[in-house]
Design a protein around this ligand. Sequence first.
Ligand code: FES
Length: 132
Amino acid sequence: MSEVRELLKKSGYSSRAIEYYIGKVNVGEIKDPSVRCAYTGPCGDTMEIFLKIESNVIKDAKFQAIGCAGAFASGSALMELVKGKTLEQAEKIDEGDIMKHLGRIPKQKIHCACLAKRTFRKAIEQYRKDKN
Ligand code: FES
């Protein structure tokens, strides 16, 4: 596994991004989620997000992805960032915030952070639609 760490480091991933990716932080499913939503980005990778929402606050957030290391690191970071936030606060989080939280991922991987953001925003949209 340290070989993978080395390779990711050389490609431009920060230690936090590498630990998130290798540790599968926030990867998984939530049983009986308030909402689940999948989205496929222009690169062809897919992310699915599960949220537990109570009184307008995100109590838990997990994701699964068929995607690259950038998608996994970004998904982990976004789930960390949205937990404990209201829907209005969480939907303002964008790829810049994800990149800032991770410290560093390769520049060409910004669209992977976008995939996480878009999937999340679609999940919120879905949640609001289901509620009405
Ligand atoms: Fe598709 Fe990273 S290349 S999400």
